[in-house]
Design a protein around this ligand. Structure first.
Ligand code: Q46
Ligand code: ZN
Length: 295
């Protein structure tokens, strides 16, 4: 197969775009699409200080790499969740990435404050690990983002589509209203953006490989029971039968949302009496968790 642009040997075929591209032209094509999302949705500009949340995986490291390449002002933010056989490997990848590219990365380790990893904590407070992990990560990221203008995450189109399916299956209006590639700043909670929202998982993996990014390939071992993986499997089966179904589903939702905006029932946000974080109750979930762990 030949590259549609330069007629050299193609390295990737993109079924949903019906084009084959060589390495050089795929990278250009990929970067142009991410750039377009950033500009069209006014995610950030070159004057903004951007905190990029990274896990050591292809999406987040690929995003950080791309934004540095495009000369944005970026800093990485990594949380070591203390997951056996996984977190230390991913932290090493993140450190090597930071050294080789001269990108500043802030590293936080939850074991420093709590003496145990997220799996152990989840057992202690009897909560599903991913729900606890999500809450802890959100809190720490928002806290770290205070000194920045915007926070970017590496969620790709497959992640967003799986989330959308889950939200629809539960008819969760609140989550549906908030599902967007751009979430505006709310008080001290900084603006959050997902520049890879229109990039598939496969494209993101291909970009990371072609750009020589050494990322952690294994999934988090605690993800095995995660429903999001199950939804991704279902959506991939759908895509197999009906090419383009995933992006039609996701883009269609975003279009629909524009003309029929769902109104999020907003509970007033107040500052947590312990830490000052914006929350809907007197004490935020994070401080409540700390308290539970202490006892
Ligand atoms: S890190 Fe945390 Fe994920 Fe692992 S425990 Fe679940 S939420 S799967 S993105
Ligand atoms: Zn608090």
């Amino acid at each position: 197969m030949k590259c549609k642009v330069c007629k050299d040997k193609a390295e990737i075929y993109l079924r949903s775009h019906n084009i084959a591209l060589c390495r050089k032209d795929f990278i250009k094509f990929y970067e142009r699409r991410v750039m377009r999302s950033i500009e069209k949705l006014k995610m950030f500009t070159r004057g903004d200080k951007i905190l990029v949340a990274i896990s050591g995986g292809k999406d987040s490291l690929g995003l950080l790499h791309l934004l540095q390449k495009l000369e944005y002002d970026v800093t990485g933010y990594y949380i070591n969740l203390g997951i056996d056989g996984y977190s230390d490997v991913s932290q090493n990848k993140v450190k090597a990435f930071s050294h080789s590219r001269g990108i500043l990365i802030i590293i936080e380790d939850i074991r420093v404050a709590w003496d145990s990893g997220i799996g152990e904590l989840a057992k202690r407070v009897r909560r599903p690990p991913c729900s606890l992990c999500g809450m802890v990560k959100r809190y720490l990221m928002n806290r770290a983002a205070v000194k920045f203008d915007v926070m970017a995450t590496g969620h790709n189109q497959d992640d967003e589509t799986a989330t959308l399916l889950g939200n629809l299956l539960r008819w969760d209006e609140g989550y549906l209203a908030r599902q967007s590639p751009v979430l505006k700043q709310k008080g001290s909670l900084k603006k959050r953006v997902k520049p890879l929202s229109f990039i598939t998982e496969r494209e993101s993996a291909a970009y990371a490989l072609m750009e020589g990014i050494d990322y952690i390939m294994e999934e988090c071992p605690l993800a095995k029971r995660a429903t999001s993986l199950f939804y991704k499997g279902i959506l991939n089966q759908l895509e197999e039968r009906m090419p383009g179904a995933k992006s039609r589903f996701f883009n269609g939702f975003l279009e629909y949302q524009k003309s029929h905006p769902l109104v999020e029932e907003e509970e007033p946000l107040v500052a947590c009496v312990r830490c000052g974080y914006l929350t809907t109750s007197e004490v935020c979930n994070f401080c409540r968790l700390e308290e539970k762990i202490k006892h």
